[in-house]
Design a protein around this ligand. Sequence first.
Ligand code: AMP
Length: 305
Amino acid sequence: MTSPAPDPLPVARTVAELKQLRPEFGGETVAFVPTMGALHEGHRSLFRLAAKHADRVVASIFVNPLQFGPGEDYARYPRVIDHDLKACAQEGVDLVFVPSVSDLYPPGRQVLVDAGQMGTVLEGAVRPGHFNGVLTVVLKLFNLVRPDVAIFGEKDAQQLACIKRMVSDLNVTVDIIGAPIVRETDGLALSSRNRFLSSAERRSALALSASLRAGARHSDVADVLEAARAHLAQTELDDPSFRLDYVDLVHPSSFSPVPSDHVGEAILAVAARVGSTRLIDNVTVQLTRPGSDGSAVAAGRQQPA
Ligand code: AMP
């Protein structure tokens, strides 16, 4: 006997279609994975983790204009919906939500979620308003999908921290789970934007993960930052198209810079432009030694490498 053909992947292309399809899950639990598409192994790892946490997995694919600033890459962000739907089907996703911009943001909207202070540092300093745009779309998607659990990658560590803060501050009834960063074997964190890198740019892009590894070998704030900055400074010298936006050590939940004598967990976060492509990466480090030279650290922060 031949096995029956698998059901086609249900796709909701409008809010109305989602409202029709979502009730079919009845009382089953739902894990949600929001994405902007151009799906890669990192996204797939989130789908697999989602399946471990609930009966059903819902994914969304939506390039959210609200989280892109003027002059950023909204227009050229990769849109490969056929490839993405195939990936969702292969990973056993139960429902994909692919709304249009006009459906999700009808004219007349005014209210935004404000990420507060933690949305204004690091990524938020370089991309003003970015986290307000992220939180606004994530809260809208939560309200539409009504998940029990939502999965976000640690690749976007500040985004994950802002979402956890929003869920706590606004009493949103969803559990947020972080998923580890998926990397190429040479260390490059997978990103939908990696496809824009030429082979020379890709070599320079390795400086992000390499600088994090260099920093993570140390155990106090000053040494971690010095090692990471030295690596990035060398790359800037070697490749003028490589421009560092920031590298810093921050608290995992508030994303404010840790003091020079910090002991315990911290996130070493880096962002840089390679040619016309902007990349971010981070690693969690365990600081076991209180820093010995706080003034050097403070001075270094005013003039990042
Ligand atoms: P994006 O499509 O870039 O908005 O990402 C959708 C989700 O996938 C976010 O929660 C990201 O943090 C996560 N993600 C992106 N790249 C990776 C990666 N290399 N490893 C793990 N998660 C990732």
